[in-house]
Design a protein around this ligand. Structure first.
Ligand SMILES: Nc1nc2c(ncn2[C@@H]2O[C@H](COP(=O)(O)OP(=O)(O)OP(=O)(O)O)[C@@H](O)[C@H]2O)c(=O)[nH]1
Ligand SMILES: [Mg+2]
Length: 393
């Protein structure tokens, strides 16, 4: 499906930049337009692929191009004040050619965390296309203010968008790596998973090879109904279709579609479906209770079959307890992998979100306490002074 992507803040801009690179590399054509919005000038300059005309610096009068320093209330205020400038860039998007908007942001900082829900609300008011959010949760080691920002932004963002796709940095960080190197790998993981998912809806229906190609309306229907989504992934290396004629195919001839082959293909698919659902999700959670799901099998058409997908789909129905599980394939003839991507939409049992809310409440109490203490200390300090002094204001 074709998306208008808006990266808000540094993380958001970098991830949208990566999606553009993915599009270039794979020819999947999912980014119809890309916009980056930030309060920090340097972050916008650091982007590589988002067109310069589509980079919007907001809040110049307030923060002079230096970012909001993880103050997401200020981030939200600036987004509201400068929404016309953001809209100016969105006016360049041929909206009739996009299936949906996708606002991408790290929720732990200030600019993207505060601004994304504001932009979502604005877009929902103006356009009829769905508005999705992609929210990145901070690592647990980033500190209380990041957790507090993420918890508050999450609450608002999920309410304003048609669906919030979540990626949890905390579940994906690796110890002993530089933060930057870590983010590069993490961003690759994000783009790979969501790239296959959204790319699936871009294949022409009725192609000679496709058995049951996923359509963008199936993605939209799986996301419809709102809530929080998470994505699973698993892949296995196979022989690509093109430039073939290796030993094996010469041996077998072209039309040797024997039962053994079909059984192997089916088994590989069902095993990949299990691995994707039970392995690490973008937002770890219990899959039981997910309201809707979509299964996408991508790879060379000869390694995809309807039976495998049907079995995988049934298994997912049992595991989630949902009657709304869709499935289909995404033929990629020259791929060296068969990959299974599972979108679980409307998930409820998410320990990380509960934890986030708990930590945020504690952080809020702590901040209030410190404020009160600090006021008391100041009063004491000033009172101690015997001489009466008129305040300045
Ligand atoms: N996955 C991923 N997460 C990132 C990346 N950069 C930052 N983050 C996360 O996103 C959060 C927000 O950081 P930024 O995007 O830099 O914040 P911002 O929106 O620019 O806001 P301010 O810098 O406060 O103005 C951080 O707490 C990290 O958890 C990235 O490249 N990839
Ligand atoms: Mg920043």
């Amino acid at each position: 499906m074709k998306l208008a992507m808006i990266g808000f803040g540094q993380a958001g801009g970098k991830i949208v930049d990566k999606f553009l690179e993915y599009d270039e590399r794979t020819g999947s054509g999912i980014v119809r337009s890309a916009v980056a919005v930030n309060t920090a000038k340097a972050d916008l300059l650091g982007l590589e692929r988002v067109p310069e005309d589509n980079r919007v610096l907001i809040g110049q009068a307030r923060v002079k191009g230096h970012g909001v320093g993880a103050d997401n209330e200020l981030g939200a205020e600036i987004a509201e004040e400068d929404i016309d400038e953001v809209q100016g860039a969105i006016d360049n998007i041929p909206v009739h050619e996009v299936d949906a908007f996708l606002i991408v942001a790290g929720l732990g900082g200030g600019t993207g965390s505060g601004g994304s829900p504001v932009l979502a609300k604005h877009l929902k008011r103006i356009y009829t296309e769905p508005v999705y959010g992609m929210g990145v949760l901070p690592g647990g080691d980033e500190g209380g203010i990041y957790t507090l920002n993420a918890a508050r932004s999450f609450q608002t963002f999920v309410r304003e968008v048609d669906n919030l796709l979540v990626f949890d940095n905390d579940a994906w960080r690796k110890s002993g790596e530089s933060v930057q190197g870590g983010y590069d790998e993490i961003n690759d993981e994000i783009v790979k998973r969501f790239g296959i998912l959204f790319g699936a809806g871009e294949v022409e229906q009725g192609g000679a090879v496709a058995e049951s190609v996923v359509d963008s309306s199936e993605i939209i229907n799986t996301l419809a109904g709102g809530g929080v989504s998470t994505v699973g992934y698993a892949a296995e290396e196979v022989e690509p279709e093109k430039g073939g004629g290796g030993l094996l195919s010469r041996f077998k001839g072209d039309d040797s579609d024997d039962g053994m082959d079909t059984a192997n293909t089916t088994n590989r698919i069902t095993s990949l479906v299990r691995k994707a659902a039970l392995g690490r999700l973008t937002l770890p959670c219990e899959i039981d209770g997910a309201e809707r799901a979509l299964l996408v099998l991508s790879g060379p058409p000869k390694h995809l079959n309807r039976k495998g997908i049907e079995r995988g789909r049934k298994w997912l129905e049992e595991q989630t307890g949902s009657m709304e599980v869709r499935g289909g394939d995404y033929p990629v003839p020259d791929s060296g992998y068969v990959a299974s991507v599972i979108l679980l939409s409307g998930v409820h049992n998410v320990p990380r979100i509960k934890e986030l809310q708990q930590v945020a409440i504690e952080a809020q109490d702590n901040i209030d306490e410190i404020r009160q203490e600090s006021k008391a200390n100041l009063d004491e300090l000033v009172e101690d002074d015997d001489d009466e002094l008129d305040p300045l204001f």
